[in-house]
Design a protein around this ligand. Structure first.
Ligand code: SF4
Length: 384
């Protein structure tokens, strides 16, 4: 590893301690080191169909972009060069942090550990409430990127004491080629591979991803197709299908539902979401009902009233979900994990920090009930 990369990561880690969101710290660090936008990680993609007239069709996500020579797809990180389709961000993250895994948020994956988290530029959604719009709504030419191969990322993750590598901050399936190799290298290094995703990905690449993925945190932004179309530039059904597939494949899955006042926070919509999780996925899938704060194009809205979040969690538990959490309400008891059988406290949290963990070998120490999740580091590599 070059000196500049080491300095970048060390500076990024230091910046991370002082910043709340993903991208700011590394960008500052890169700027400090004199790194410039660019460093495009161009690599031929396996996820496209040539159409014979120089055009290609991307097969990675349900948008199915038709792309002419010299043009890019909607996510800004895939380009048609002479009738062949390339990813522009392989091994070139623009955000790198060593975060508590609770920040992803995973509450049922190695609690109290750190997750080496990274993202490239770009996204296949355009959510009006995006927290990381400075990188998600940019192409890699406009962000400051770090050369970081999957192997180097795994070594750096271990050096920094992480137990997993997370693809997060923007929609990670748009850097699928990088993520697949990150998964393989994570497992070689004895780390878990996890992601936080919008779930908007096609079946074939999802199948490849499942082979190297240990846990997924999926945003279920709304139960209304119009919300996905008008507020996010996406579709609901493919996201639901991804969730069904992940759960069926045995990938540990958690769901985040960001509740935006007046947009997706009605009791009817909340109950529909709970029924979907309970009846079509599993009551064992944890759901995080998360408080919205004004961001990006929805700065005119107020934050979600805390009572909306608390009531949604209560309703989820009453309707049969085993694990429901409040998000962005640090210090509320709804951040804790309780046994679904004897209701005793299992894990006590404040914000991203685990204060107490009473689980024993993934079971309640009082009644012996097995708790859904990943509670110990893997002995054998998956997909290595
Ligand atoms: S991954 Fe990007 S280029 Fe491919 S279909 Fe989706 S938005 Fe279009």
């Amino acid at each position: 590893m070059s000196l500049s990369r080491r300095r970048f990561l060390a500076t990024a880690a230091a910046a991370c301690a002082a910043c709340v969101a993903g991208p700011g710290g590394p960008a500052r660090a890169a700027s400090y080191l004199g790194l410039k936008p660019g460093l495009l990680g161009k690599r031929l993609s396996p996820f496209y169909t040539p159409l014979g007239d120089g055009q290609v069709q991307c097969t990675l996500c349900p948008h199915g972009c038709l792309v002419s020579p010299g043009e890019k797809g909607r996510c800004r990180v895939r380009k048609n060069l002479g009738g062949k389709y390339y990813t522009l961000v392989y091994g070139n993250p623009c955000a790198v942090h060593n975060d508590p895994i609770e920040k992803k948020p995973f509450f049922h994956v190695l609690p109290g550990t750190f997750s080496f988290s990274l993202a490239t530029a770009g996204c296949n959604f355009s959510c009006q409430f995006c927290q990381n719009w400075e990188i998600s709504q940019q192409g890699p030419e406009d962000t400051i990127n770090l050369p970081l191969s999957p192997r180097q990322a795994a070594l750096e993750a271990r050096r920094m004491g992480a137990a997993s590598i997370a693809s997060t901050y923007v929609e990670p399936t748009i850097f699928m080629e990088y993520m697949l190799d990150l998964g393989r290298e994570a497992h070689r290094a004895g780390l878990l591979k996890v992601m936080h995703s919008n779930g908007f990905v096609n079946s074939e690449p999802l199948g490849r991803l499942i082979a190297v993925l240990d846990a997924a945190c999926i945003d279920l932004k709304s139960m209304r197709p119009e919300f996905y179309q008008q507020v996010c530039g996406g579709e609901l059904e493919p996201v639901q299908e991804t969730l069904r597939r992940l759960v069926k494949a045995g990938v540990h899955t958690e769901i985040v539902h960001l509740m935006i006042p007046g947009f997706n926070d009605s009791p009817q919509e909340t109950e529909k979401l709970i029924r979907f999780v309970r009846d079509q996925l599993s009551p064992r899938v944890p759901v995080h009902f998360t408080r919205f704060f004004p961001r990006y194009k929805l700065r005119n809205l107020p934050p979600t009233p805390p009572d909306t979040i608390v009531q949604a969690r209560r309703r989820a538990l009453d309707m049969g979900l085993e694990f429901a959490y409040v998000g962005n309400l640090p210090g509320h008891p709804g951040e804790n994990t309780y046994c679904p059988q004897c209701h005793n406290l299992l894990i006590r949290r404040v914000g991203y920090w685990v204060k107490q963990n009473r689980l024993q070998d993934g079971r309640c120490p009082d009644c012996g009930r097995a708790i859904a999740g990943i509670w110990s580091r893997p002995r054998e590599s998956k997909g290595a």
